[in-house]
Design a protein around this ligand. Sequence first.
Ligand SMILES: [Zn+2]
Length: 87
Amino acid sequence: MPDFTAHRHPVLAVRCPDCRRAPGNWCRRPSGHMASDFHASRKAEADREFIDQHGPDASIERVGDGWAVDPRGRVGIRPRPEPSAPS
Ligand SMILES: [Zn+2]
């Protein structure tokens, strides 16, 4: 099971479906150069795994030198119904 807090970036917890880099390794361009960003498919895969593991209300945040999962981190940023106008 991927550990999203174990790496320098949470997306590093999953293998890249695109360039096949193993967990913990940054994405590579076909030229062999280190990519400046992760492949979109890897970010999608990390999202999916994260929600599988922690649920749709969880978020991951930078804490000091590492990362921490907040199980309710997304609750506050969900759109809420407008308060009804005073009559
Ligand atoms: Zn990649």
